[in-house]
Design a protein around this ligand. Structure first.
Ligand code: UD1
Ligand code: CA
Length: 440
């Protein structure tokens, strides 16, 4: 069966009270809208996913792989669907809202696999959500009769516990025919997509108990709640696969985090998007890591900051107060204390001393530092990139390295120390040293 999907995302997001539309806020690092797009794409079997959005959002990078159509004004869900009609080529169309991050292929498959030609998913409202302003599904002897919008409902209808999720399957030819018959609602002035079911004879109601799955993101409170649910799911998933989380509720993952077995993650760690952690590695407390590949038996942190497509080979160590950006740390190499490593390649078994800084930015461009294998860099070294250091080289502590260092070279680049015997005493007698009370 061929299916096209329409995802509605042209609403105003006004309840979010944010300059960013709700569709672009992220949950576990993934924009809200991508949850719906990915779920649809995963079960479209060659059909299309058509996204209806506002003109000012159409060029978003999040839509780059999707057919986008524009709704000029938010005149209602039926008007939004009209904008997508020309893009529909499959026998059936499934319509869903772009602000439902918990919708999965499993839910969509219920509709796809249903033998009914036209169907909608309805959810049973838990008692505490009885006042939520969802449309209510009115049944007559168990059969679908109509949907009444909350705004239009009388008290008896508001008391109905079966709510419309806004997810439908409709035969595309019927959709194209009847959508034009929908009239503007007298109360709200909107064109309600739900009114299309007034024209369709047989509508199956697929009932779901999964209230959370269909709850849309409308406010910052909704967003935070969704984040909490998603994080909890990710924590459970990783622990079930053998990842040790010492204090799970303080560790945050992204939707795409990949973690191998026997990894330990200490408390208060944030893992941003695009992170892979290999078996046996340990992330120490208070580290913030994103966009990196961590191989096996690597140690990161505590208090490490990792970003910008970095990679850490087996057995490498990045210690406390170290930032690594856009760099490669080779097998068994160590950057243990207080360093900034940016746009740098470090070979294997090299030791980068405390306080080493790669000066990668000259104010205009970024430059690379290339450090070989078995290199020893003394503490407080500054590399002024671009610069290359050969294998087995030795850099004296406190050096400012501006020129390439060849293999096996010893390089010291700092002012020579001058000491004057009794020089201090002379100065003190001239100035009169100020002693503290206890020294007198
Ligand atoms: C809609 C349903 C309601 C259902 C609820 C489920 C209608 C008339 N009502 O109500 O029965 O219980 O969803 O969440 O459909 N949108 C557009 N263009 C518009 C208007 C809306 O693209 O002109 C998009 C919104 O961005 C959103 C979706 O359509 O993603 C739903 O719109 P919304 O205004 O939230 O509809 P509800 O009033 O919640
Ligand atoms: Ca809504």
């Amino acid at each position: 069966m061929s299916v096209d999907f329409i995802i509605l995302a042209a609403g105003n997001s006004s309840r979010m009270k944010s300059s960013l539309p709700k569709f672009f806020h992220t949950i576990a690092g993934k924009p809200v809208i991508r949850y719906a797009i990915d779920a649809a794409d995963a079960c479209s079997y060659g059909g299309r996913t058509v996204l209806v959005t506002r003109e000012d959002l159409q060029h978003s990078e999040h839509f780059s792989d999707t057919t986008v159509v524009i709704q000029d004004k938010p005149l209602g869900t039926a008007d939004a669907v009209k904008c997508a009609l020309n893009e529909l080529h499959s026998e059936y169309t499934i319509i869903l809202c772009g602000d439902m991050p918990f919708i999965t292929t499993k839910h969509l498959a219920t509709l796809i696999n249903s033998s009914a030609e036209n169907a909608l998913i309805a959810m049973k409202l838990p008692a505490e959500f009885q006042n939520m302003p969802y449309g209510r599904v009115v049944l007559d002897n168990g059969k679908f009769e109509r949907i009444v919008e909350y705004k239009n409902a009388i008290d008896a209808e508001k008391a109905i516990t079966l709510a419309n999720t806004g997810v439908y399957k409709i035969r595309s030819d019927l959709l194209k025919k009847y959508i034009h018959r929908i009239e503007k609602n007298a109360v709200s002035g909107e064109f309600y997509l739900t009114d299309i079911f007034n024209f369709i004879a047989e509508v199956e109601v697929a009932k779901s108990q999964d209230y959370e799955a269909f709850h849309g993101i409308n406010t910052m409170q909704d967003l935070a709640k969704a984040e909490a649910i998603m994080q909890n799911e990710l924590r459970q998933k990783f622990m079930a696969s053998g990842v040790k989380l010492i204090d799970p509720s303080t560790v945050f993952f992204s939707h795409d985090t990949v973690i191998g077995p026997d990894v330990v993650i200490e408390p208060n760690v944030i893992i941003g998007v695009n992170v892979k952690v290999g078996a046996g590695s340990r992330i120490y407390a208070f580290s913030h890591i994103q966009d990196c590949t961590i191989a096996q038996n690597v140690e990161i942190g505590p208090f490490a900051r990792i970003r910008g497509n970095s990679s850490f080979a087996d057995g490498s160590i990045v210690g406390n107060f170290v930032e690594v950006k856009g760099s490669v740390v080779g097998k068994c190499s160590k950057v243990k204390h207080l360093s900034y490593i940016g746009d740098t390649i470090i070979g294997y078994s090299s030791n980068i001393g405390a306080g080493t800084i790669t000066c990668n930015y000259d104010g205009v461009k970024k430059h690379k530092t290339d450090i070989g294998n078995n290199v020893f860099v003394g503490s407080n070294t500054t590399f002024i990139a671009p610069v290359t250091v050969g294998d087995e080289a030795l850099i004296g502590a406190g050096s400012t390295i501006t020129e390439n260092v060849s293999s096996n070279a010893l390089s010291i680049a700092r002012a020579r120390q001058t000491s004057y015997e009794n020089g201090a005493e002379k100065i003190w007698s001239k100035k009169g040293k100020i002693y503290s009370e206890s020294e007198k």
